[in-house]
Write a protein that binds this ligand. Structure first.
Ligand code: THU
Length: 139
């Protein structure tokens, strides 16, 4: 998505910053927020949630995407990510796969605390990704 110039990208990034306030990251101290806009206009937010059993942690992007899907919304169009790092972070491999399921052409925007913003298409972050169509035709 190119920036439509109507402030909607700024607004979504702002919501990702707000979502980050809900992060539970007592182990890494790395806090992440995500806000996903669906094509119908709905926005779903998430933050990373860690656990004393470290590997159980879930990333902000998956919390936000799961909230959308659980609400019956699957047409995920844009995800904004913010974190406590100065530079923009890109979603981890697991999140790339999780998001790819719902829209390989999703726009991914990330902003760091220093204000730099990066934008990608999910397809470019997960080249030749595995999706639902790869399972078609199985008996
Ligand atoms: N994390 C996210 O929430 N999203 C990312 O894109 C990268 C990593 C979280 C997982 C963990 O709670 C912490 O950041 C450190 O890896």
């Amino acid at each position: 998505m190119s920036d439509p110039g109507d402030g909607s990208v700024d607004e979504l990034v702002g919501l990702a910053w707000r979502a980050r306030e809900g992060a539970y990251a007592p182990y890494s101290h790395f806090t992440v927020g995500a806000a996903i806009r669906a094509s119908g206009g709905g926005v779903f937010m998430g933050a990373n949630v860690e656990n004393a059993s470290y590997s159980v942690a879930i990333c902000a992007e998956r919390v936000a995407a799961a909230a959308a899907v659980a609400a019956g919304v699957r047409d995920l169009e844009v995800v904004a990510v913010t974190s406590s790092a100065p530079s923009p972070v890109s979603p981890c491999g697991v999140c790339r796969q999780f998001l790819f399921e719902f829209n390989p052409d999703m726009t991914v925007i990330s902003e760091g605390t220093a204000g730099e913003r990066k934008t990608w298409h999910l397809r470019d972050l997960l080249v030749d990704g595995f999706g639902p169509e790869n399972l078609e035709g199985q008996t």
